[in-house]
Design a binder for this molecule. Structure first.
Ligand SMILES: Nc1ncnc2c1ncn2[C@@H]1O[C@H](COP(=O)(O)OP(=O)(O)OP(=O)(O)O)[C@@H](O)[C@H]1O
Ligand SMILES: [Mg+2]
Length: 293
């Protein structure tokens, strides 16, 4: 026997995700020859601070890197998605709010480009907080977003709607417009609290308003592989939701808040950081699952 025989760690062991599923190398997506119609994905969790906006920005930037034409709909009056991509929504005269409330508003005049090629933004600011109340009296008040997005569906491959942390009328509008929902879930103890209510809301919207709606995936965020705790949370999510749990998990790193301060996606702020690699993998996984063009 040669002493040069490889040790077991040198043999190429297949990679596994945190719950033990084989982790394939999701293929580099093929370039698209044309664009549209868009698949609309709502980024949704009524719990605050779980990574909805961070995932919207970085997943969108990665899809754009892969040649997809992507629109982010900032659907949170805080305007965090807009700010996170360098747009100051408080200086804007017109935002998604005007589009929802004024029938004459033209979506093309409200969408703004970002510094990421192929990525556009429908911005929001604090005005949007009034929409929740004002929409209540509208006819078909749940499908206003769906209606106003219609003119641009053929111009994008993916539209990501960054929801606010609530299950109110704006979020119901996002779910009514969407083909799919992505649920970011922070890897901490009470992560699963509230998910049942979210799933119930999604099912109600599917039954009453939008039969095509599906849950595309749950994304574990702020994962720390060194703690048993993080691994336990992911295991519990897998137990409850099976393969709805995406294989890609997003690690906890200060590079994300740093990138937000710099108003850039992590893919340009720290292109070689593991955080950027993870969101690229998430984009490839989503495309491989058939949930994005
Ligand atoms: N993987 C991560 N590692 C470390 N920090 C993160 C990570 N993802 C997000 N953060 C930070 O956590 C905070 C909350 O994230 P984010 O704004 O994306 O959550 P959210 O669900 O959109 O919050 P809200 O419900 O308020 O809209 C932000 O400061 C963000 O920079
Ligand atoms: Mg947010």
């Amino acid at each position: 026997m040669s002493s040069q025989a490889p040790s077991s760690t040198e043999i190429n062991e297949p990679r596994r995700d945190p719950v033990g599923r084989l982790l394939p190398d999701f293929p580099e997506p093929e370039r698209l020859s044309g664009h549209g119609p868009a698949r609309i994905i709502a980024m949704c969790n009524q719990k605050g601070g779980v990574g909805k906006t961070t995932t919207t920005i970085n997943l969108a930037a990665c899809l754009a890197e892969y040649g997809r034409r992507v629109l982010i709909v900032d659907f949170d009056p805080q305007g965090a998605a807009s700010v996170g991509l360098g747009i100051n929504p408080h200086e804007l005269d017109r935002t998604v709010y005007n589009l929802l409330m004024e029938r004459s508003a033209d979506i093309h005049e409200i969408i703004v480009p970002t510094n990421v090629e192929g990525l556009h933004m429908l911005p929001a600011n604090i005005d949007l907080s009034a929409a929740e109340v004002q929409l209540v009296g509208e006819v078909a008040r749940e499908s206003v977003l769906s209606r106003v997005l219609r003119p641009v569906l053929d111009e994008y491959d993916v539209i990501l709607v960054d929801c606010q942390p609530s299950l109110g009328l704006l979020t119901v509008n996002a779910l009514t417009a969407a083909h799919g929902v992505l649920i970011p879930l922070e890897c901490e103890f009470f992560a699963l609290r509230g998910v049942a209510l979210l799933v119930e809301t999604i099912e109600k919207v599917r039954d009453r308003l939008n039969p095509r709606l599906e849950v595309d995936g749950i994304i574990a965020t702020m994962f720390d592989p060194r703690t048993l705790h993080s691994r336990e949370v992911v295991a519990r999510v897998y137990e409850a939701f099976g393969d709805t749990l995406m294989q890609t998990v997003i690690g906890r790193t200060v590079k994300f808040p740093d990138a937000s301060v710099a108003a850039e996606p992590i893919t340009t702020y720290a292109p070689n950081h593991s955080g950027a690699t993870s969101y690229r993998q998430l984009a490839r996984e989503l495309i491989a699952r058939g949930d994005a063009a």
